[in-house]
Design a protein around this ligand. Structure first.
Ligand SMILES: Nc1nc2c(ncn2[C@@H]2O[C@H](COP(=O)(O)OP(=O)(O)OP(=O)(O)O)[C@@H](O)[C@H]2O)c(=O)[nH]1
Length: 329
């Protein structure tokens, strides 16, 4: 009998560590000589991380969320994998995706002989969890979305534990426990350092279709997506703002500008160039921390900055950018 494609869904809020875990799984699958497929979904029209998966069979679904506005694109992509199968398919949703919708697409009866959903791995950012749960520092939409990402998981990875105290970690652990069934493990990690055996364990026994349907109230409103405006994309109130045609930055000025941006920007990423440096850098702004990493010289990427946040004022971000780097008022 033909082997079904083993599917893993990676879910979790913006910056929680999905791509970090995805990289670990990819490395391990390569060691095991497994043929891999990856579906990467981004809110904006650019994936600044595609250089990480250069040699894989990767499909990027951009400019919307596969849980709502581009569900059809997800189905078409699944059809492509039916025609050209792989051993393992990894699906990383955007940080604001409701995984129930992705699960529902895979659970479609026409795919029953093609795909075997094995696990829904949800990353929880320990450094932000309590803030995101607080009515003072987050919106109802974000709290609902986080709950959906947590309650549908078959494995929770409580990541970024290096950024919080033991006491807070215990508090988050017990809050999470109240939301999920006893058999769903909560594994603590830094940089997703969970054994790949745990990550790849089959945890979905039978997919309860009626449950997926009941829970499928997507927290976003597909009708709000504006496909003509490539500058920013609405996901309910979560927007991605893209800055292109970038100058070569002074490192210190760039860091200062990022730190001074409004607090409701909870994620930033991009490819940039610094004065005095030949190579490009990839930058990640997550958990209010900036990470910079040299991009390998032979990788061709166009510099770009993506900033994601709640109800962002894209005009004021652009103004502050132009003021800071072009002295324009
Ligand atoms: N301090 C710390 N940083 C981490 C940890 N895990 C991941 N990061 C960093 O956090 C940033 C975001 O990680 P990603 O794996 O890209 O997060 P993501 O969930 O894919 O983010 P989105 O693309 O926004 O959905 C990167 O700079 C990571 O290196 C961790 O355990 N501790």
């Amino acid at each position: 009998m033909k082997q079904k494609i083993q599917v893993y869904v990676l879910s979790g809020f913006l910056g929680s560590g999905k791509t970090t875990v995805l990289k670990r799984i990819v490395e391990e699958c390569k060691k095991q000589d497994k043929q891999l497929g990856i579906i990467l979904n981004e809110l904006g029209d650019t994936n600044v991380e595609n250089h990480l998966f250069d040699n894989e069979k990767m499909v990027e679904l951009l400019n919307g969320c596969i849980c709502c506005s581009i569900q059809d694109d997800l189905k078409q992509t699944l059809d492509q994998f039916v025609k050209n199968p792989v051993d393992t398919l990894l699906i990383e949703g955007t940080g604001v995706a409701n995984p129930n919708e992705i699960i529902e697409a895979i659970a479609n009866p026409s795919y029953i002989d093609q795909f075997e959903l094995r696990s829904i791995i949800s990353l929880v950012d320990a450094s932000n969890y309590l803030d995101y749960q607080s009515i003072f520092s987050s919106s109802k939409e974000i709290r609902t979305l986080l709950k959906e990402q947590i309650t549908c998981a078959t494995l929770i990875i409580l990541n970024k534990t290096d950024l919080i105290s033991e006491k807070k970690l215990e508090k988050i652990n017990s809050q999470l426990r109240k939301l999920i069934a006893n058999e769903v493990p909560i594994l603590h990690s830094t940089f997703g350092n969970i054994s790949v055996d745990e990550l790849l364990k089959k945890r979905v026994r039978t997919l309860n279709l009626s449950q997926a349907e009941q829970n499928s109230s997507c927290s976003c409103n597909g009708s709000e997506h504006d496909h003509d405006d490539h500058d920013h994309v609405n996901h309910a109130k979560i927007k991605a703002v893209k800055l292109e045609n970038l100058p070569v930055f002074e490192k210190k000025a760039f860091e200062k500008w990022l730190k001074g941006l409004p607090k409701d920007i909870f994620r930033g990423k991009g490819i940039i160039q610094f004065k005095g440096e030949n190579s490009l850098y990839s930058f990640q702004l997550a958990s209010r921390k900036l990470f910079l990493e040299k991009v390998e010289a032979d990788i061709k990427q166009t510099p770009v900055i993506i900033l994601i946040g709640n109800d962002l004022n894209s005009m004021s971000i652009k103004e502050s950018y132009e003021q800071t780097f072009f002295n324009r008022l």
